[in-house]
Design a protein around this ligand. Structure first.
Ligand code: ATP
Ligand code: MG
Length: 178
């Protein structure tokens, strides 16, 4: 196993399912290696996600925080100013966390989505990522990752949808979707 550790920028994007859950899988792996993980959820969904309760077992080694409101209108021509404010607040906290040297892995969940809706400037995000402490790993999830972020990243995975149960009318399932 290589002993040289360096921080990576990882992007999970694309239309298929698995972006957020893959980030949580990495978080579990990192916590198992004695690392400290912070996950900030931009634009939180309307469900109570199972992972919010599950991570409590890890104490302050794995913290998860929901930063947005319960519901964000998808595809609205113009984002609600209140949602923009919440995204900016989430980003301010994310930027501080990245530079705090308190966390080994920081997950910015759905940040790509916030950027693609024009709620957050990708250049500002790139600036902080570039100048972060060198050992810090950052995962950015969400559809439509911005080209500036993709360019900067070390590892980029695009989830491709082959099938989704939703297409045949199956509602979101507890423990799978939330
Ligand atoms: P997950 O959280 O399951 O890893 P994701 O992060 O890749 O999914 P998001 O774009 O964040 O996907 O979507 C949020 C919710 O919508 C999740 O509950 C997810 O399971 C569900 N979902 C993801 N992809 C699809 C799809 N192609 N069709 C319908 N629902 C989807
Ligand atoms: Mg997601």
């Amino acid at each position: 196993m290589p002993d040289v550790r360096r921080g990576l920028i990882i992007v999970n994007t694309g239309p298929g399912k698995g972006k957020t859950t893959a980030a949580m899988g990495t978080a579990l792996r990192a916590v198992g290696q004695g690392m400290r993980v912070l996950m900030l959820q931009f634009l939180k969904g309307s469900w109570h996600y199972g992972e919010l309760d599950a991570v409590k077992a890890f104490g302050d080694r794995f913290l998860m925080k929901q930063m947005g409101r319960g519901f964000v209108k998808v595809g609205a021509e113009k984002p609600d100013p209140e949602d923009v404010r919440l995204v900016e607040e989430a980003w301010a906290e994310g930027a501080l966390a990245i530079n705090s040297r308190k966390w080994d892995l920081i997950i910015l969940d759905e940040i790509n989505y916030a950027i693609s809706y024009g709620m957050l400037d990708p250049a500002k995000v790139a600036e902080i990522l570039k100048n972060r402490p060198p050992m810090v790993h950052v995962i950015l999830t969400g559809r439509n990752a911005h080209p500036i972020i993709v360019e900067l990243a070390d590892t980029v995975t695009e989830m491709r949808q082959v099938k989704h149960a939703y297409e045949k009318g199956v509602e979101a399932q507890r423990g799978i979707e939330y």
